[in-house]
Write a protein that binds this ligand. Structure first.
Ligand SMILES: Nc1ncnc2c1ncn2[C@@H]1O[C@H](COP(=O)(O)OP(=O)(O)OP(=O)(O)O)[C@@H](O)[C@H]1O
Length: 249
């Protein structure tokens, strides 16, 4: 079995009397997309926030790449390689896609020895930045300003930046939201390739995307995982159909 990258054990979170997370345990393994689905209010976003560090659980542990990160803040978890949801606002829209990624490469390398060198001609930045753009399918768009990229391509650029900064796994909360059918198709194809570089915990309501992408699916209802398995196992699970898929299809 593939190595476990992220391991969550018995996570609990209450808001007043509401059990938003009620003893959740799940794993994310190398090379996989693990989808988290469930009805509105099931606790998916609350769970993602506890993993990224923006909400403190009442109970439970989170291990990432063998390390207990349960007590670390958001920035520390990100620094260890836990990539957060898409944050398009962090792009510099007037800079080219290449320059956006070069700045990330530079931030990761540390800039103390290169302050006198012009950034845009520095091969030690250009080469790794171009490699990441190629990996993320943006090689041919490298010289366009970020503002001129499509919505889907900006999301790809955001991921390219995260990879350049050292992200080793991603938490995505509804990445398909607001995308048209073509954008969703492109993003689905992109996430399909991305899993080989960094596994993904994917919260998504778009069942077509989930069934196309997921290696495993966990179904959350009232803060509890009621089923976990392959796409076929989940599609054929009577309790899941009753609690969720029946209403969605
Ligand atoms: N800060 C908060 N204070 C009180 N209740 C909260 C808070 N955040 C979330 N909740 C409640 O916790 C429950 C889980 O919410 P959450 O947003 O995690 O669900 P979700 O599965 O992501 O839903 P959706 O699919 O609609 O995005 C809901 O009942 C919600 O109203």
């Amino acid at each position: 079995m593939a190595e476990t990258v992220l391991s969550i054990r018995d996570l609990r979170k209450t808001f007043g009397a509401l059990k938003a997370t009620d003893g959740v345990s799940l794993d994310l393994r190398v090379g996989e997309i693990h989808a988290l689905i469930g009805p509105n209010g099931a606790g998916k976003t609350t769970l993602i926030h506890q993993i990224s560090g923006s909400i403190k659980p009442d109970h439970g542990t989170i291990h990432f790449r063998g390390e207990d990160i349960s007590r670390l803040g958001v920035a520390e978890r990100a620094r260890r390689g836990l990539g957060r949801s898409f944050q398009i606002s962090s792009l510099a829209p007037e800079f080219s896609a290449l320059r956006n990624v070069m700045l990330a490469v530079q931030a990761r390398q540390g800039s103390s020895f290169r302050f006198f060198r012009p950034v845009m001609t520095d091969r030690s930045l250009i080469e790794p930045a171009m490699a990441v753009l190629e990996q993320t399918g943006l090689g041919s768009r490298a010289h366009l300003p970020a503002a001129e990229l499509s919505h889907g391509e900006r999301r790809q650029l955001e991921i390219a930046i995260a990879l350049a900064l050292g992200s080793k796994a991603f938490l995505f909360d509804e990445p398909m939201a607001g995308m048209g059918p073509e954008g969703s198709r492109q993003l689905t194809a992109f996430l399909d390739r991305l899993r080989a570089q960094a596994p993904i915990l994917l919260v998504e309501h778009d069942m077509e995307a989930v069934f196309a992408l997921a290696d495993r699916i966990s179904v959350l209802v009232y803060g509890r995982v009621i089923a976990s398995g392959t796409v076929d196992e989940i599609r054929n699970d009577a309790e899941v159909r009753r609690a969720y898929l029946g209403e969605a299809s």
